[in-house]
Design a protein around this ligand. Structure first.
Ligand code: UGA
Length: 439
Protein backbone atom coordinates (compact mmCIF):
# COMPACT_ATOMS: atom_id res chain seq x y z
CA UNK A 1 0.00 0.00 0.00
CA UNK A 2 1.28 3.46 -0.92
CA UNK A 3 1.88 6.49 1.25
CA UNK A 4 0.07 9.45 -0.29
CA UNK A 5 0.17 13.16 0.52
CA UNK A 6 -2.52 15.50 -0.74
CA UNK A 7 -2.08 19.26 -0.89
CA UNK A 8 -5.41 21.05 -0.43
CA UNK A 9 -8.50 19.82 1.41
CA UNK A 10 -11.18 21.21 -0.87
CA UNK A 11 -13.80 18.78 -2.06
CA UNK A 12 -11.50 17.22 -4.68
CA UNK A 13 -8.55 16.80 -2.26
CA UNK A 14 -10.63 15.48 0.59
CA UNK A 15 -12.73 13.10 -1.52
CA UNK A 16 -9.58 11.77 -3.16
CA UNK A 17 -7.95 11.32 0.25
CA UNK A 18 -10.82 9.44 1.87
CA UNK A 19 -11.21 7.19 -1.18
CA UNK A 20 -7.49 6.29 -1.16
CA UNK A 21 -7.77 5.63 2.59
CA UNK A 22 -10.82 3.39 1.96
CA UNK A 23 -8.62 1.38 -0.40
CA UNK A 24 -6.06 0.87 2.34
CA UNK A 25 -3.50 3.52 1.41
CA UNK A 26 -1.91 5.74 4.03
CA UNK A 27 -2.99 9.35 3.46
CA UNK A 28 -1.70 12.67 4.77
CA UNK A 29 -3.71 15.75 3.86
CA UNK A 30 -1.94 19.10 3.93
CA UNK A 31 -4.21 22.05 4.68
CA UNK A 32 -2.82 25.46 5.57
CA UNK A 33 -6.06 27.25 6.51
CA UNK A 34 -6.12 26.93 10.34
CA UNK A 35 -9.93 26.59 10.65
CA UNK A 36 -10.12 23.97 7.93
CA UNK A 37 -7.24 22.04 9.49
CA UNK A 38 -8.79 22.12 12.97
CA UNK A 39 -12.09 20.98 11.52
CA UNK A 40 -10.48 18.04 9.67
CA UNK A 41 -8.55 16.97 12.74
CA UNK A 42 -11.81 16.97 14.68
CA UNK A 43 -13.27 14.70 12.00
CA UNK A 44 -15.59 17.37 10.61
CA UNK A 45 -15.84 18.03 6.88
CA UNK A 46 -15.64 21.81 6.40
CA UNK A 47 -18.17 21.84 3.51
CA UNK A 48 -21.42 20.10 2.58
CA UNK A 49 -20.90 16.98 0.48
CA UNK A 50 -22.94 13.80 1.05
CA UNK A 51 -20.99 10.78 2.33
CA UNK A 52 -17.64 12.50 2.91
CA UNK A 53 -18.26 13.01 6.62
CA UNK A 54 -18.72 9.27 7.29
CA UNK A 55 -15.74 8.35 5.10
CA UNK A 56 -13.50 10.89 6.88
CA UNK A 57 -14.42 9.56 10.33
CA UNK A 58 -13.83 6.00 9.16
CA UNK A 59 -10.39 6.88 7.74
CA UNK A 60 -9.35 8.79 10.87
CA UNK A 61 -10.56 5.98 13.15
CA UNK A 62 -8.68 3.40 11.09
CA UNK A 63 -5.53 5.53 11.40
CA UNK A 64 -5.19 5.68 7.63
CA UNK A 65 -5.65 9.45 7.29
CA UNK A 66 -4.26 12.47 9.09
CA UNK A 67 -4.27 16.23 8.47
CA UNK A 68 -1.32 18.56 8.89
CA UNK A 69 -0.03 21.97 7.80
CA UNK A 70 3.55 20.68 7.56
CA UNK A 71 4.28 20.32 3.82
CA UNK A 72 7.86 19.29 4.39
CA UNK A 73 7.14 16.31 6.58
CA UNK A 74 4.04 15.25 4.63
CA UNK A 75 5.93 15.13 1.33
CA UNK A 76 9.08 13.68 2.86
CA UNK A 77 7.25 10.82 4.52
CA UNK A 78 5.19 9.78 1.47
CA UNK A 79 5.84 8.30 -1.99
CA UNK A 80 3.47 10.37 -4.06
CA UNK A 81 1.94 13.85 -3.71
CA UNK A 82 -1.33 15.05 -5.30
CA UNK A 83 -1.82 18.76 -5.91
CA UNK A 84 -5.51 19.54 -5.29
CA UNK A 85 -5.38 23.32 -4.90
CA UNK A 86 -7.73 25.90 -6.44
CA UNK A 87 -7.26 27.26 -9.97
CA UNK A 88 -9.26 30.50 -10.08
CA UNK A 89 -10.04 32.48 -13.21
CA UNK A 90 -7.59 35.25 -14.00
CA UNK A 91 -7.72 38.07 -16.57
CA UNK A 92 -9.48 37.44 -19.97
CA UNK A 93 -10.72 34.07 -18.74
CA UNK A 94 -7.14 32.74 -18.46
CA UNK A 95 -6.38 30.36 -15.61
CA UNK A 96 -4.59 31.67 -12.50
CA UNK A 97 -1.91 29.15 -11.56
CA UNK A 98 -0.55 30.96 -8.48
CA UNK A 99 -1.72 28.28 -6.00
CA UNK A 100 -0.46 25.45 -8.22
CA UNK A 101 2.97 27.10 -8.50
CA UNK A 102 3.10 27.72 -4.75
CA UNK A 103 2.19 24.11 -3.96
CA UNK A 104 4.76 22.81 -6.48
CA UNK A 105 7.47 24.94 -4.87
CA UNK A 106 6.57 23.58 -1.43
CA UNK A 107 6.83 20.03 -2.76
CA UNK A 108 10.17 20.88 -4.38
CA UNK A 109 11.60 22.27 -1.14
CA UNK A 110 10.62 19.11 0.68
CA UNK A 111 12.14 16.91 -2.03
CA UNK A 112 15.47 18.74 -1.81
CA UNK A 113 16.35 16.67 1.25
CA UNK A 114 14.64 13.46 0.17
CA UNK A 115 16.72 10.62 -1.27
CA UNK A 116 13.97 8.36 -2.59
CA UNK A 117 12.07 8.68 -5.84
CA UNK A 118 8.79 10.63 -5.50
CA UNK A 119 5.92 11.30 -7.90
CA UNK A 120 4.16 14.68 -8.10
CA UNK A 121 0.64 14.42 -9.52
CA UNK A 122 -1.57 17.34 -10.56
CA UNK A 123 -5.26 16.75 -9.88
CA UNK A 124 -6.36 20.40 -10.00
CA UNK A 125 -7.88 21.31 -13.38
CA UNK A 126 -5.02 22.99 -15.24
CA UNK A 127 -4.43 23.99 -18.86
CA UNK A 128 -2.49 21.55 -21.07
CA UNK A 129 1.23 21.75 -20.43
CA UNK A 130 0.98 22.73 -16.75
CA UNK A 131 1.99 19.46 -15.07
CA UNK A 132 5.21 19.27 -17.03
CA UNK A 133 5.93 22.93 -17.84
CA UNK A 134 4.91 24.51 -14.54
CA UNK A 135 4.67 21.87 -11.79
CA UNK A 136 7.60 19.74 -12.96
CA UNK A 137 9.70 22.86 -13.63
CA UNK A 138 8.94 24.46 -10.24
CA UNK A 139 9.67 21.22 -8.39
CA UNK A 140 12.96 20.85 -10.28
CA UNK A 141 14.10 24.40 -9.44
CA UNK A 142 13.07 24.22 -5.77
CA UNK A 143 14.52 20.74 -5.20
CA UNK A 144 17.59 20.88 -7.44
CA UNK A 145 16.51 17.45 -8.75
CA UNK A 146 15.72 16.12 -12.22
CA UNK A 147 12.28 15.10 -13.48
CA UNK A 148 12.28 11.57 -14.87
CA UNK A 149 15.26 10.65 -12.76
CA UNK A 150 14.83 11.78 -9.17
CA UNK A 151 11.12 12.45 -9.33
CA UNK A 152 8.18 11.65 -11.56
CA UNK A 153 5.53 14.03 -12.94
CA UNK A 154 1.95 13.08 -13.74
CA UNK A 155 -1.51 14.43 -14.31
CA UNK A 156 -4.58 12.62 -12.97
CA UNK A 157 -7.64 14.80 -13.68
CA UNK A 158 -10.77 14.60 -11.60
CA UNK A 159 -14.29 14.13 -12.96
CA UNK A 160 -16.27 14.45 -9.70
CA UNK A 161 -19.57 16.29 -9.57
CA UNK A 162 -20.46 18.31 -6.49
CA UNK A 163 -23.26 16.62 -4.63
CA UNK A 164 -22.26 13.15 -5.83
CA UNK A 165 -18.50 13.46 -5.38
CA UNK A 166 -18.15 10.36 -3.19
CA UNK A 167 -20.21 8.21 -5.53
CA UNK A 168 -18.19 9.47 -8.50
CA UNK A 169 -14.86 8.95 -6.70
CA UNK A 170 -15.71 5.40 -5.59
CA UNK A 171 -17.12 4.31 -8.93
CA UNK A 172 -15.59 6.47 -11.67
CA UNK A 173 -16.56 5.74 -15.28
CA UNK A 174 -12.90 6.03 -16.23
CA UNK A 175 -9.55 7.02 -14.72
CA UNK A 176 -7.00 9.01 -16.73
CA UNK A 177 -3.31 9.10 -15.86
CA UNK A 178 -0.89 11.13 -17.95
CA UNK A 179 2.73 10.64 -16.96
CA UNK A 180 6.13 11.68 -18.27
CA UNK A 181 7.35 8.09 -18.19
CA UNK A 182 6.41 4.52 -17.32
CA UNK A 183 7.88 4.66 -13.85
CA UNK A 184 5.72 7.60 -12.77
CA UNK A 185 2.62 6.08 -14.41
CA UNK A 186 3.15 2.78 -12.56
CA UNK A 187 3.28 4.55 -9.18
CA UNK A 188 0.00 6.38 -9.85
CA UNK A 189 -1.73 3.27 -11.25
CA UNK A 190 -0.70 1.28 -8.18
CA UNK A 191 -3.06 3.53 -6.19
CA UNK A 192 -5.96 2.53 -8.42
CA UNK A 193 -5.25 -1.22 -8.50
CA UNK A 194 -8.64 -2.02 -6.94
CA UNK A 195 -10.63 -0.12 -9.60
CA UNK A 196 -12.02 -2.02 -12.55
CA UNK A 197 -13.24 0.87 -14.75
CA UNK A 198 -11.51 1.74 -18.05
CA UNK A 199 -8.01 3.08 -17.38
CA UNK A 200 -6.41 5.45 -19.85
CA UNK A 201 -2.69 6.14 -19.88
CA UNK A 202 -1.40 9.16 -21.80
CA UNK A 203 1.18 11.89 -21.53
CA UNK A 204 0.40 14.70 -19.03
CA UNK A 205 -0.66 17.26 -21.67
CA UNK A 206 -3.22 14.88 -23.16
CA UNK A 207 -4.65 14.04 -19.72
CA UNK A 208 -5.06 17.74 -19.01
CA UNK A 209 -6.80 18.24 -22.36
CA UNK A 210 -9.16 15.30 -21.67
CA UNK A 211 -10.44 17.07 -18.58
CA UNK A 212 -11.11 20.32 -20.48
CA UNK A 213 -12.62 18.54 -23.46
CA UNK A 214 -14.99 16.65 -21.13
CA UNK A 215 -16.20 19.79 -19.37
CA UNK A 216 -16.35 21.80 -22.61
CA UNK A 217 -18.40 19.04 -24.27
CA UNK A 218 -20.88 18.85 -21.36
CA UNK A 219 -21.21 22.65 -21.28
CA UNK A 220 -21.77 22.65 -25.04
CA UNK A 221 -24.44 20.00 -24.67
CA UNK A 222 -26.26 22.20 -22.14
CA UNK A 223 -25.92 25.29 -24.34
CA UNK A 224 -27.29 23.27 -27.27
CA UNK A 225 -30.25 22.17 -25.13
CA UNK A 226 -30.85 25.81 -24.18
CA UNK A 227 -30.81 26.99 -27.78
CA UNK A 228 -33.21 24.24 -28.89
CA UNK A 229 -35.44 25.08 -25.92
CA UNK A 230 -35.53 28.75 -26.92
CA UNK A 231 -36.64 27.79 -30.44
CA UNK A 232 -39.23 25.32 -29.08
CA UNK A 233 -40.69 27.95 -26.79
CA UNK A 234 -41.24 30.32 -29.73
CA UNK A 235 -42.81 27.55 -31.81
CA UNK A 236 -45.17 26.39 -29.07
CA UNK A 237 -43.35 23.06 -28.70
CA UNK A 238 -42.38 21.43 -25.40
CA UNK A 239 -38.58 21.07 -25.59
CA UNK A 240 -38.65 18.32 -22.95
CA UNK A 241 -40.63 16.08 -25.30
CA UNK A 242 -38.01 16.82 -27.95
CA UNK A 243 -35.18 16.00 -25.50
CA UNK A 244 -36.88 12.69 -24.72
CA UNK A 245 -37.22 11.99 -28.42
CA UNK A 246 -33.56 12.59 -29.19
CA UNK A 247 -32.15 11.17 -25.94
CA UNK A 248 -33.10 7.61 -26.90
CA UNK A 249 -30.54 7.75 -29.70
CA UNK A 250 -27.53 6.10 -28.02
CA UNK A 251 -25.21 8.48 -29.84
CA UNK A 252 -26.90 11.42 -28.11
CA UNK A 253 -27.99 9.80 -24.76
CA UNK A 254 -30.51 11.40 -22.41
CA UNK A 255 -28.08 12.91 -19.90
CA UNK A 256 -27.18 16.59 -19.70
CA UNK A 257 -29.93 17.59 -22.07
CA UNK A 258 -31.84 19.64 -19.50
CA UNK A 259 -32.50 23.16 -20.73
CA UNK A 260 -32.81 26.03 -18.30
CA UNK A 261 -31.25 29.30 -17.27
CA UNK A 262 -27.69 28.15 -17.97
CA UNK A 263 -24.85 26.37 -16.17
CA UNK A 264 -23.15 27.67 -13.04
CA UNK A 265 -20.71 26.24 -10.53
CA UNK A 266 -17.00 26.40 -10.01
CA UNK A 267 -16.13 24.35 -13.10
CA UNK A 268 -18.02 24.74 -16.38
CA UNK A 269 -17.98 28.57 -16.71
CA UNK A 270 -14.34 28.82 -15.63
CA UNK A 271 -13.09 25.81 -17.56
CA UNK A 272 -14.81 26.73 -20.83
CA UNK A 273 -13.40 30.26 -20.54
CA UNK A 274 -9.92 28.86 -19.80
CA UNK A 275 -9.84 26.45 -22.74
CA UNK A 276 -11.32 29.12 -25.05
CA UNK A 277 -8.46 31.37 -23.92
CA UNK A 278 -5.92 28.61 -24.56
CA UNK A 279 -7.46 28.05 -28.01
CA UNK A 280 -7.10 31.75 -28.88
CA UNK A 281 -3.50 31.84 -27.65
CA UNK A 282 -2.70 28.71 -29.65
CA UNK A 283 -4.00 30.37 -32.85
CA UNK A 284 -7.02 28.05 -33.03
CA UNK A 285 -9.85 30.22 -31.66
CA UNK A 286 -13.04 28.30 -30.97
CA UNK A 287 -16.14 30.12 -32.15
CA UNK A 288 -18.14 27.21 -30.77
CA UNK A 289 -16.87 27.64 -27.21
CA UNK A 290 -17.27 31.41 -27.43
CA UNK A 291 -20.90 30.84 -28.45
CA UNK A 292 -21.42 28.45 -25.52
CA UNK A 293 -20.23 31.14 -23.10
CA UNK A 294 -22.40 33.75 -24.82
CA UNK A 295 -25.47 31.49 -24.61
CA UNK A 296 -24.78 30.98 -20.93
CA UNK A 297 -24.67 34.73 -20.30
CA UNK A 298 -27.95 35.33 -22.16
CA UNK A 299 -29.90 32.34 -20.89
CA UNK A 300 -30.81 33.70 -17.40
CA UNK A 301 -32.46 36.65 -19.14
CA UNK A 302 -34.86 34.30 -20.94
CA UNK A 303 -36.55 33.69 -17.58
CA UNK A 304 -36.81 37.43 -16.99
CA UNK A 305 -38.35 37.95 -20.45
CA UNK A 306 -40.94 35.22 -19.85
CA UNK A 307 -41.85 36.89 -16.57
CA UNK A 308 -42.22 40.28 -18.26
CA UNK A 309 -44.46 38.72 -20.89
CA UNK A 310 -46.85 37.72 -18.11
CA UNK A 311 -46.67 40.56 -15.60
CA UNK A 312 -45.69 43.52 -17.80
CA UNK A 313 -43.22 46.15 -16.56
CA UNK A 314 -41.38 44.97 -13.45
CA UNK A 315 -41.02 48.39 -11.84
CA UNK A 316 -42.44 48.23 -8.31
CA UNK A 317 -43.53 44.58 -8.65
CA UNK A 318 -42.73 42.08 -5.90
CA UNK A 319 -40.94 39.11 -7.44
CA UNK A 320 -39.94 35.89 -5.65
CA UNK A 321 -36.63 34.31 -6.74
CA UNK A 322 -36.65 30.68 -5.64
CA UNK A 323 -33.38 28.70 -5.64
CA UNK A 324 -30.06 30.49 -5.30
CA UNK A 325 -27.56 27.60 -5.36
CA UNK A 326 -25.98 26.77 -8.74
CA UNK A 327 -27.67 23.38 -8.53
CA UNK A 328 -29.71 21.47 -5.92
CA UNK A 329 -28.21 19.79 -2.83
CA UNK A 330 -25.41 22.29 -2.34
CA UNK A 331 -24.98 25.70 -0.72
CA UNK A 332 -22.50 26.64 -3.46
CA UNK A 333 -23.40 29.85 -5.29
CA UNK A 334 -20.29 30.19 -7.43
CA UNK A 335 -21.36 31.43 -10.88
CA UNK A 336 -24.96 30.74 -9.95
CA UNK A 337 -27.44 31.95 -12.57
CA UNK A 338 -29.46 33.37 -9.67
CA UNK A 339 -27.11 36.37 -9.57
CA UNK A 340 -27.72 37.68 -13.13
CA UNK A 341 -31.45 37.01 -12.69
CA UNK A 342 -31.51 38.91 -9.39
CA UNK A 343 -29.49 41.73 -10.99
CA UNK A 344 -31.76 42.03 -14.05
CA UNK A 345 -34.91 42.05 -11.90
CA UNK A 346 -33.41 44.63 -9.57
CA UNK A 347 -32.25 46.81 -12.48
CA UNK A 348 -35.81 46.71 -13.84
CA UNK A 349 -37.04 48.16 -10.55
CA UNK A 350 -38.58 44.99 -9.08
CA UNK A 351 -38.66 44.32 -5.36
CA UNK A 352 -36.94 40.91 -5.34
CA UNK A 353 -37.42 38.48 -2.45
CA UNK A 354 -35.05 35.52 -2.57
CA UNK A 355 -35.21 32.08 -0.97
CA UNK A 356 -33.08 28.89 -1.02
CA UNK A 357 -33.19 25.86 1.30
CA UNK A 358 -29.38 25.84 1.86
CA UNK A 359 -27.69 28.75 0.07
CA UNK A 360 -29.20 31.75 1.88
CA UNK A 361 -26.00 32.77 3.68
CA UNK A 362 -23.69 32.11 0.75
CA UNK A 363 -25.98 34.18 -1.51
CA UNK A 364 -26.13 37.01 1.05
CA UNK A 365 -22.33 37.15 0.90
CA UNK A 366 -22.44 37.23 -2.92
CA UNK A 367 -25.15 39.91 -3.10
CA UNK A 368 -25.23 41.76 0.24
CA UNK A 369 -28.08 44.04 -0.91
CA UNK A 370 -30.37 41.11 -1.71
CA UNK A 371 -33.45 40.43 0.43
CA UNK A 372 -33.23 36.77 1.43
CA UNK A 373 -36.06 35.25 3.47
CA UNK A 374 -36.38 32.05 5.48
CA UNK A 375 -39.06 30.15 3.54
CA UNK A 376 -40.57 29.71 0.10
CA UNK A 377 -43.93 30.71 1.54
CA UNK A 378 -42.50 33.99 2.81
CA UNK A 379 -40.96 34.73 -0.59
CA UNK A 380 -44.15 33.90 -2.48
CA UNK A 381 -46.62 35.65 -0.18
CA UNK A 382 -47.97 38.75 -1.90
CA UNK A 383 -45.69 38.26 -4.92
CA UNK A 384 -46.70 39.44 -8.40
CA UNK A 385 -44.52 36.80 -10.01
CA UNK A 386 -41.86 34.18 -9.28
CA UNK A 387 -38.83 32.66 -11.00
CA UNK A 388 -37.48 29.24 -10.06
CA UNK A 389 -33.71 29.06 -10.56
CA UNK A 390 -32.78 25.80 -8.77
CA UNK A 391 -34.81 22.59 -8.99
CA UNK A 392 -34.71 21.76 -5.27
CA UNK A 393 -36.89 18.82 -4.13
CA UNK A 394 -38.35 21.13 -1.48
CA UNK A 395 -39.60 23.51 -4.19
CA UNK A 396 -40.83 20.64 -6.37
CA UNK A 397 -43.01 19.54 -3.46
CA UNK A 398 -44.82 22.90 -3.13
CA UNK A 399 -48.54 22.25 -3.75
CA UNK A 400 -49.74 24.35 -6.72
CA UNK A 401 -52.88 25.35 -4.79
CA UNK A 402 -50.73 26.86 -2.02
CA UNK A 403 -48.70 28.82 -4.58
CA UNK A 404 -51.94 30.26 -5.96
CA UNK A 405 -53.19 31.09 -2.47
CA UNK A 406 -49.97 32.80 -1.35
CA UNK A 407 -49.20 34.90 -4.40
CA UNK A 408 -50.97 38.15 -5.23
CA UNK A 409 -50.86 37.17 -8.89
CA UNK A 410 -49.91 33.52 -9.51
CA UNK A 411 -47.34 33.91 -12.31
CA UNK A 412 -44.52 31.38 -12.13
CA UNK A 413 -41.57 31.11 -14.52
CA UNK A 414 -39.79 27.79 -14.16
CA UNK A 415 -36.13 28.17 -15.10
CA UNK A 416 -35.34 24.47 -14.55
CA UNK A 417 -38.57 22.62 -15.44
CA UNK A 418 -39.10 21.86 -11.77
CA UNK A 419 -42.88 21.47 -11.95
CA UNK A 420 -45.43 19.60 -14.01
CA UNK A 421 -46.92 22.23 -16.33
CA UNK A 422 -50.33 20.52 -16.41
CA UNK A 423 -50.68 20.38 -12.62
CA UNK A 424 -49.60 24.00 -12.32
CA UNK A 425 -51.99 25.27 -14.99
CA UNK A 426 -54.87 23.13 -13.68
CA UNK A 427 -54.45 24.82 -10.29
CA UNK A 428 -54.66 28.26 -11.88
CA UNK A 429 -50.95 29.17 -11.98
CA UNK A 430 -49.94 31.23 -15.02
CA UNK A 431 -47.02 28.90 -15.66
CA UNK A 432 -44.23 29.57 -18.13
CA UNK A 433 -41.00 27.61 -18.46
CA UNK A 434 -37.82 27.75 -20.48
CA UNK A 435 -38.45 25.59 -23.53
CA UNK A 436 -42.20 25.40 -23.08
CA UNK A 437 -44.60 27.14 -25.43
CA UNK A 438 -47.63 28.89 -23.98
CA UNK A 439 -49.94 25.91 -24.55
C1 UGA B 1 -18.95 19.43 -13.34
C2 UGA B 1 -18.86 18.11 -14.13
O1 UGA B 1 -20.17 17.53 -14.26
C3 UGA B 1 -17.92 17.11 -13.43
O2 UGA B 1 -17.77 15.95 -14.23
C4 UGA B 1 -16.54 17.78 -13.24
O3 UGA B 1 -15.64 16.93 -12.56
C5 UGA B 1 -16.72 19.04 -12.43
O4 UGA B 1 -17.63 19.93 -13.14
C6 UGA B 1 -15.37 19.67 -12.26
O5 UGA B 1 -14.74 20.06 -13.27
O6 UGA B 1 -14.85 19.69 -11.13
P1 UGA B 1 -20.39 20.26 -11.22
O7 UGA B 1 -19.90 21.64 -11.54
O8 UGA B 1 -20.32 19.77 -9.83
O9 UGA B 1 -19.59 19.15 -12.10
O10 UGA B 1 -21.93 20.23 -11.60
P2 UGA B 1 -22.89 19.63 -12.72
O11 UGA B 1 -23.80 18.67 -12.08
O12 UGA B 1 -22.15 19.17 -13.89
O13 UGA B 1 -23.77 20.94 -13.10
C7 UGA B 1 -23.15 22.15 -13.57
C8 UGA B 1 -24.21 23.14 -14.01
O14 UGA B 1 -24.84 22.69 -15.21
C9 UGA B 1 -25.35 23.37 -13.01
O15 UGA B 1 -25.64 24.75 -12.93
C10 UGA B 1 -26.53 22.63 -13.60
O16 UGA B 1 -27.78 23.20 -13.26
C11 UGA B 1 -26.26 22.80 -15.09
N1 UGA B 1 -26.88 21.74 -15.92
C12 UGA B 1 -26.49 20.44 -15.79
C13 UGA B 1 -27.86 22.09 -16.85
O17 UGA B 1 -28.23 23.27 -16.99
N2 UGA B 1 -28.42 21.10 -17.63
C14 UGA B 1 -28.04 19.79 -17.51
O18 UGA B 1 -28.59 18.97 -18.27
C15 UGA B 1 -27.06 19.45 -16.58
Amino acid sequence: MARVSIIGAGYVGLCTGVVFAKHGHDVTIVEVMPERLASLRAGKVPFFEPGVQEALREALDAGRLRATDDHQKAVHDTDVTFLCVGTPQGADGAIDLAFVRGAARDVGKALASKKDYHVVVTKSTVVPGTAEGVVGAEVAVASGKRPGKDFGVASNPEFLREGSAMKDALAPDRIVVGAIDRRAADVVWSLYAAFSCPKITTDPKTAEMIKYAANAFLATKIAFANEMANVCERLGIDYYEVADGIGHDFRINPHFLRAGVGFGGSCFPKDVAAIAHVARSAGAPSGLLDAVLENNEKQPLVAVRLLEEEVGALEGKRIALLGLAFKPDTDDVRETRALPIWQALTDAGADVVCYDPEARDTFRRLAPEATVVASAQEALTGADGAIVQTEWAELKALPPAKIVAWMRSPVLVDGRRTFDPHAMRAAGVRYRAVGLGKR
